[in-house]
Design a protein. Structure first.
Length: 339
């Protein structure tokens, strides 16, 4: 069983600018695991706010030796081995994990969601992310997201209320609000959340710095909206720490270390009565489709990452009229785009 990988740069779509040079890029490492003519695809997406980068992922992958494994169906020993190579490196581990599950599904000739015992649903909607920008661009992005039922709005700027008010001028769609730890004062946070509760906002994601545990607990106790953790939770063990602080959690494959860990996190979060968002980084349809196989298990879905890039390598999960369409192809459900 052989592991191959190669660097890849994801170009974000500029929907309202013609200049190619103005595009933002996100590095990634693409992984292929081949076994007896079958290939499993995986991905490590590496936005700049992660600790990992292409060099660290390559360094980790150079330590991986799958030569002693010859049965892709017996996946757990392989994933145990990957997990024990080094601490951290969750995006690198996710890349191999995703590829191994893709290979497993192809070997058994079944979609990943069926292998995991997950029944598909036809009423799963993804949000579309509206980043912090000037108000004119924000309105353009809202218009461009007309097929989406939910919008995810980034806040934490000096003009948060103005951003929401400008969006409300053109749509009354339900909003997820992601603050990315941007509010420092708990009284300010409570004041603006109380106002947001009147603006058809459904939830608040990571409003305060993850280190401000007691301030967050104070805020959650008083907030009229559910507050969920993102940066405060990376892996499975972090779920125990947020019980009684947050009401929910955003689980992402790149944070968790892949499909197996994310699936375990979903199960444990349910046991802890935490509500669950399934999120993503800026990813190709490889990792996005991998995550979509878990989407029937969660409360909210934010899997628009591949919608934002201009050089996707795969066909996979689709979003039609805001709804997620999970493929029924073996493995993850992706096909590599050939040029």
């Amino acid at each position: 069983m052989n592991l191959k990988y190669y660097p890849y740069t994801i170009k974000l779509k500029e929907q309202f600018k013609i200049s190619v040079n103005s595009r933002t890029i996100t590095p990634a490492i693409m992984v292929e695991v081949d076994h007896n003519g079958l290939i499993g695809y995986g991905e490590a997406s590496l936005p700049p706010y992660l600790i990992e980068d292409q060099s660290s992922v390559i360094s980790f992958l150079n330590k991986v030796d799958l030569g002693s494994f010859d049965d892709p169906v017996n996946i757990n020993p392989m994933l145990d081995y990957i997990g024990n190579i080094a601490e951290g490196n969750n995006a690198a581990k996710a890349a191999v994990d995703i590829a191994m599950y893709d290979l497993l599904g192809k070997f058994l000739d079944i979609p990943l969601h069926k292998y995991l015992g997950i029944s598909k649903r036809t009423n799963i909607y993804s949000s579309f992310t509206i980043g912090i920008s000037d108000l004119k661009k924000i309105k353009h992005k809202v218009d461009a997201a007309s097929e989406f039922k939910f919008l995810k709005v980034k806040l934490g700027a000096a003009n948060d209320k103005e951003i929401i008010s400008s969006i409300r001028e053109i749509t009354d769609k339900p909003l997820f609000v992601d603050v990315n730890q941007g509010w420092i004062d708990k009284y300010f946070a409570l004041d603006i959340i109380t106002w947001l509760a009147e603006q058809n906002v459904i939830l608040i994601e990571q409003p305060m710095p993850k280190e401000k545990i007691e301030d967050t607990r104070w805020l959650v106790e008083r907030s009229p909206l559910p507050i969920i953790a993102d940066e405060a939770v990376q892996g499975l063990s972090d779920l125990e720490k947020i019980k009684g602080v947050y009401l929910g959690v955003n689980i992402k494959l790149m944070k968790a270390g892949g499909i197996r860990q994310a699936h375990q996190m979903i199960k444990r979060a349910k046991e802890l009565n935490l509500r669950i968002m399934l999120g993503c980084m800026t990813e190709t349809s490889c990792a996005i489709t991998a995550a979509s196989n878990l989407s029937p298990l969660v409360d909210w879905v934010d899997l628009d990452g591949a919608e934002l890039i201009s050089n996707d390598l795969f066909n996979g999960m689709k979003i039609k009229n805001g709804k997620i369409v999970i493929p029924d192809l073996p493995g993850l459900g992706v096909e590599k785009i050939t040029k």
